[in-house]
Design a protein around this ligand. Structure first.
Ligand SMILES: Cc1ncc(COP(=O)(O)O)c(C=O)c1O
Length: 371
């Protein structure tokens, strides 16, 4: 078996969660966002760990119905909200499995009501309002139609209302405050007509960190749980520790002469006699090919350069004169005492965001869970 694995530090996950809880205050609930296999960290193990945190979360969120089914197989009593669209053929299943859907279309609410009547149940759901994200959700100008329909639908229960920020992680918060204003207006309208809506939520990590007015009674952190700030423009008011590190060992080490070319395309030529190490991970593992000649690894508290093109299963590193052996652990994503090259650093090198770096680490990389 190759020695490459992603170490998932569940103590850090709990620490991040509890730091978020301290920051927002006691009366507000946290709905951890565990979609995309908990941003690549492993949903089941992360939820198990979060259930040990204080205060214990009782509502989680995923993007897909498939993810909710996977969640429900393992966790029988915790609530699960699906952000994404669920179509009518699955309504019986979501009632049976106690999965909470999101709706933003009139016809689906009516159909859900009909199926709930058949099952003689009152189906809970959350309503998504589009206040400026432009992805999914009700345009506020049609909100009254929704409110009137929901009042008529006796077999459904509007449990929650939410919206999503487009740029709560940018320094300029003016658009977020515009969104909040619209959301507050929608809440006012809904509360006038529908009694006992329990939950109002809109804060993602950027808003949790810097927009306290957005907390209502639930917040939905994703990336901050996994130890990263959503951007460089948010404050650092919540201490966070990355949860994932990727570690491996050398599978080949050799001295090469000056002028030796390394990897496909011969994009790197050694400038002097040096040691080139080969590590068993590549772009099929989610180690982005754009890291060719730009990535770094950590060994002995120092950074070493990835040289030549990243290949599907292997990368090459210039270890120069370092005393490195086949037994040594090399950190490909993560940090040591003095240096780091984590998902945030990688995202800058390849011009993306830590979200994409973490979620791209493929299933082929074994996850090792530690506390
Ligand atoms: C609807 C919704 N809420 C909350 C989140 C969590 O966002 P973040 O990871 O920025 O905290 C996401 C993630 O994209 C989302 O789609």
């Amino acid at each position: 078996m190759r020695p490459t694995f992603a170490e998932i530090n569940l103590s850090n996950l709990i620490l991040n969660y509890e730091n978020i809880a301290r920051h927002i205050g006691k009366s507000i609930n946290i709905m951890p966002v565990v979609k995309a296999d908990a941003y690549g960290h492993g949903m089941i193990n992360c939820v198990e760990a979060l259930l040990k945190a204080k205060p214990k979360p009782h509502f989680f969120a995923v993007a897909l119905l498939e993810e909710a089914f996977e969640f429900r197989k393992k966790f029988k009593s915790e609530r699960i909200l699906v952000f994404g669209k669920i179509n009518e053929p699955y309504f019986k299943k979501i009632i049976e499995y106690n999965i909470t859907p999101t709706f933003y279309e009139l016809d689906l609410i009516e159909k859900y009501n009909r199926i709930c009547k058949e099952f003689n149940t009152k189906g809970k759901f959350h309503l998504k309002i589009d206040t400026g994200m432009g992805r999914v959700g009700i345009d506020i100008k049609y909100l009254d139609d929704f409110v009137q329909l929901i009042r008529r639908c006796r077999h459904v229960n509007l449990e929650g209302v939410y919206t999503h920020f487009a740029n709560s992680d940018s320094k300029d918060k003016s658009f977020s405050y515009e969104q909040l204003k619209k959301f507050n207006y929608a809440i006012g309208l809904i509360k006038q007509e529908i009694k006992n809506v329990r939950y109002f939520h809109c804060a993602n990590s950027g808003a949790i960190i810097d927009i306290p007015e957005s907390y209502f009674n639930f917040v939905r952190p994703g990336i901050s749980l996994y130890g990263y700030y959503p951007s460089d423009e948010t404050s650092r008011s919540i201490p966070l520790k990355p949860v994932m590190s990727i570690k491996t060992k050398l599978i080949y080490l050799k001295w090469v002469e000056k002028g030796t070319s390394i990897s496909y395309g011969r994009t790197y030529i050694t400038e002097r006699r040096t040691q080139i190490g080969t590590l068993p991970l590549g772009y099929a593992d989610g180690y982005n090919r754009l890291l060719s000649n730009k990535g770094k690894v950590i060994f002995n508290n120092k950074l070493f350069n990835v040289v030549g093109r990243v290949t599907m299963d292997q990368i090459m590193v210039n270890f120069e004169d370092e005393n490195v052996t086949y037994d040594d652990e090399i950190i490909v994503l993560g940090s040591s005492e003095n240096v780091k090259f984590d998902a945030s650093d990688i995202s800058k090198v390849i011009n993306t965001i830590p979200y994409e770096v973490c979620t791209s680490i493929s299933k082929r990389v074994k996850r090792k869970y530690v506390y």
